[in-house]
Design a binder for this molecule. Structure first.
Ligand code: SF4
Length: 362
């Protein structure tokens, strides 16, 4: 099996840990795709589902071999290769002056990305009539693994330490959606300003489309290098079933916002998550990707991972054959337009660890 296929397959099936390794980047709950753990296969670090019911039945297992001191990846009991888990970063040992551990403020994702959810609450989350059914933003807060609001100063302090002590290369700042018309853009602006005043670290901000597109300029002036506004799903029926609150923001408004954001951040510096497996069929996803790429937006296609404790905990993830077909065609579209994850300054699409898409770019 080649690497493209292996990463696609293991992200669909998940990984069962036989001999539990403790790595830095396991994430139980949180905003966005979660219940993952970072593993490195043949120099590529990817996030794979570990803490899910699907992963518990996966044909892929990781077993620690005490004789060679290596972790061995197996498929149906047959050895495939050795794998590594990123080690715990140094900045996790530090705490702010008022005693908050840095790891409650931001986490290391993959190998060199600092990631944080600046506001760990969302106006849509506490009511099933509005919440996104795949989202677990409240879980890590309930479990005291994070704090509700990271201040700009706290983020700047942690970002500086993560660059100095662990060599992080870029930062992702996402947010739960506050009940304000800017949809969190104002707070992300304050956070970016404070971080950039302290350390030169490329930043991606992620939020819903704000009411006024002048926020894109304000974000950029504050030091945000690239922007994510996440559709997650495109078919109106799927959107209203899976994310009834977010679905009240029409897809057409996202596209208006994309157009305005590309004018500010540049071609290929704006991206959107598309979660394959929520219900959109292949043609719908491909048509959306085609339209997005043509206007300068990178479609970050990611397999949906059912997170324990969410309403979709038992919805099966997409089949590996579906993801392969999707990646192959989106990869060809990206190549045709000369768009590449490598050219993105910061963010999830640059990191790429939650998807196999970058493996399908030329
Ligand atoms: S793709 Fe985004 S969410 Fe996934 S590991 Fe990278 S930074 Fe984190």
């Amino acid at each position: 099996m080649n690497k493209q296929h292996l990463i696609t397959d293991i992200q669909s099936h998940g990984l069962k840990l036989i001999e539990h390794e403790t790595g830095a980047s396991g994430r139980k709950g949180g905003a966005g795709p979660s219940d993952h753990k970072a593993i490195t296969i043949d120099n590529t670090t990817v996030m794979v589902p570990i803490f899910t019911s699907v992963a518990a039945d996966s044909p892929y297992t990781a077993r620690f071999d005490a004789a060679t001191e290596q972790t061995i990846l197996e498929l149906n009991g047959e050895t495939i290769s050795s794998i590594d888990f990123p080690t715990q970063p140094n900045f996790y040992r530090l705490a702010t002056a008022d005693g908050i551990p840095y790891w409650k403020i931001a986490l290391l994702h993959s190998r060199d990305v600092l990631a944080t959810t600046v506001l760990q609450t969302c106006m849509r989350y506490n009511d099933t009539a509005t919440s996104c059914q795949f989202c677990a933003i409240g879980q890590s807060l309930d479990a005291d693994r994070t704090i509700a609001r990271k201040t700009p100063d706290q983020l700047a302090e942690v970002a500086e330490a993560a660059v100095k002590l662990d060599g992080v290369k870029h930062m992702v700042m996402t947010t739960g959606t506050p009940n304000t018309r800017d949809r969190g853009a104002a707070y992300l602006t304050d956070c970016a300003k404070a971080i950039k005043a302290r350390v030169n670290l490329p930043i991606q901000a992620q939020c819903e489309p704000p009411d006024e597109f002048v926020w894109f300029e304000r974000l950029q002036n504050a030091g945000v290098d690239s922007l994510g506004m996440h559709l997650e799903a495109v078919d109106p029926e799927v959107r209203s079933r899976i994310m009834p609150g977010k679905a009240t923001v029409p897809v057409a408004y996202y596209f208006e916002a994309f157009e305005a954001a590309v004018r500010v951040f540049g071609w290929g510096q704006v991206s959107t998550y598309l979660l394959a497996g929520l219900g959109d069929d292949l043609d719908t996803l491909l048509a959306a990707c085609d339209r997005l790429i043509a206007m300068g937006v990178y479609p970050f296609v990611v397999p949906f991972v059912p997170i324990s404790g969410t309403p979709l905990a038992h919805q099966p993830p997409p089949k590996s054959a579906f993801m392969q077909a999707l990646y192959q065609q989106v990869g060809r579209m990206l190549d045709r337009h000369g768009m590449s994850s490598k050219s993105i300054k910061a963010g999830c699409a640059k990191c790429g660890a939650c998807s196999a898409l970058s493996e399908y770019e030329s």
